[in-house]
Design a protein. Structure first.
Length: 82
């Protein structure tokens, strides 16, 4: 089975939590070796998990959510066409 960026992003949370089966973990690992975008998504997601686990409260800048969703949409489109 060969996976693409979309598959990695769909399973990123379970991957971080160690909840994907061994075969899928291996496919994701192989994909991450060559895909800078997915490696960045993984690092960013891990950072978010650390921040969320932190008891401190952070206020997001105005418009952050909209920019984040627009960026994710662009990346998903690019991954789908690549």
């Amino acid at each position: 089975m060969r996976i693409d960026c979309k598959h990695v992003w769909e399973h990123i949370s379970a991957y971080i939590d160690g909840e994907v089966d061994e075969a899928l973990r291996g496919e994701i690992d192989r994909h991450l070796e060559t895909c800078e975008i997915c490696s960045a998504v993984l690092d960013s997601t891990r950072n978010v998990v650390v921040l969320v686990a932190d008891d401190r409260v952070f206020e997001l800048p105005a418009g952050f959510s909209e920019r984040l969703h627009a960026r994710l949409d662009r990346e998903m489109e690019r991954a789908g066409s690549g």
